[in-house]
Design a protein around this ligand. Structure first.
Ligand SMILES: [Zn+2]
Ligand SMILES: [Zn+2]
Length: 373
């Protein structure tokens, strides 16, 4: 199939993205109270009639409010003045639509709806992402410190950033963001929400999708970066990390290798067979039963081993974080002098258990998650 001028259109290639406005124009359009109010009103309409529906002069509910509905909801005195502000939003944040439920449907574009960007901005503003700074005093956590085993872990928030630390050994286990709405709506139980939030983010990147922009994610095994070393306990200086980087927005997330494997079916079933739900392990205490051993430096490859009640599961992980092989064995088999590869693995596991005790807890600090500017 050819176009009129004879050029063949690309076949099966994604449509080039359509840039509807310059970033500076798009953000400038937001710099006004009236326009912010319009976005807020649009979000209320988008989300349904809501509790204020009866105040709308008995008009039947429609998801695409008309010019006059939006004008009435504003404080602007003249419709000409309001039209100017509304027009500034049309394009990046609003689009005109024909509401078929309207009596004058044939009059052309008679209603408005939020664009993708408009809804994102309106929700971010509504939940305080850009405006709220939330602090929360320390909340004691149920789990013991994985380093010193004292019952002294707390989580606290400062400026939307949560820190999990031990009051006894004074180690910082984690420091990661939680959006303002998460801190405010969950109250005292925000640590549980914080855990779920980041577990799911990790699960998303593990599946190759960026939690910030949905772009493609690159996964690899890495040595801890120098910046991370500073904040890691000395005993973790040699532990490898799983690193996930978005090729679109640059968001980078690092975690202990073991933590990145918790959703693997072999791990889930191994814990399940021992009466444990691994998904309920909090991010700051994946458990002292994990150990790891570097098998190859170039390319990097690691064997990660978990031991429960004398049973052992070993996962062989390549440089792209693929689990290339799993092995199961019981510790008792090794004591019988079995010379199989499995028993060899188990023997080494035992040797490295001490060094690996705190695997799963060293996702610390700012470098655990950074967004490139
Ligand atoms: Zn401690
Ligand atoms: Zn991204």
């Amino acid at each position: 199939m050819s176009t009129e001028d004879g050029e063949d259109p690309p076949v099966a290639a994604p449509e080039p993205s359509d840039r509807v406005s310059d970033p500076s124009d798009a953000f400038q359009a937001l710099g006004n109270e009236v326009r912010m109010g319009i976005l807020e009103t649009m979000l209320e309409w988008t989300d349904g009639p809501g509790p204020e529906a009866s105040e709308r002069d008995g008009e039947s509910y429609r998801s695409n409010p008309s010019f006059s509905m939006l004008f009435e909801a504003s404080d602007v005195e003249t419709s000409a003045g309001f039209a100017y502000h509304l027009d500034e939003l049309v394009g990046p944040y609003l689009r005109k639509v024909n509401d078929e439920s309207s009596a004058d449907a044939d009059s052309g574009a008679d209603g408005y709806e939020l664009t993708y960007a408009g809804e994102q901005i309106a929700r971010a503003i509504a939940t305080g992402t850009y405006t709220q700074r939330v602090d929360h005093p320390p909340v004691p956590l149920e789990d013991d410190c994985p380093f010193c085993e004292h019952d002294a872990l707390t989580a606290q928030a400062s400026d939307n950033r949560v820190t999990v630390a031990c009051g006894h050994c004074e180690r910082c286990l984690l420091r990661l963001d939680l959006p303002p709405a998460g801190l405010e709506s969950h109250g005292e139980s925000f640590p549980a929400a914080f855990d779920r939030y980041h577990r799911h983010r990790l699960s998303l990147v593990r599946d190759g999708v960026c939690p910030a922009c949905s772009g493609e994610v690159d996964a690899r095994l890495v040595r801890p970066s120098p910046a991370t070393d500073d904040l890691l306990p000395a005993e973790h200086a040699t532990h490898l990390q799983a690193e996930f980087t978005c090729s679109c927005c640059g968001t980078t997330l690092r975690s202990p290798v073991a933590l990145s494997l918790l959703s693997h079916p072999a791990v889930v079933s191994f814990y399940y067979e021992h009466g444990q739900a691994v998904s309920e392990r909090p991010l700051w205490n994946v458990g002292h039963e994990w150990a790891e051993m570097v098998l190859s430096e170039d390319p990097l490859a690691v064997r990660v081993v978990v031991e429960l009640e004398d049973d052992v599961l070993a996962l062989y992980v390549d440089e792209r974080l693929n689990v290339v092989e799993t092995q199961r064995a019981s510790v008792s088999e090794t004591t019988e002098g079995d010379e199989s590869a499995e028993s060899d693995g188990v023997a080494e596991t035992t040797e490295t258990t001490e060094a690996g005790e705190t695997v799963g807890t060293h996702e610390t600090d700012d470098t655990a998650e950074t967004t490139a500017q």
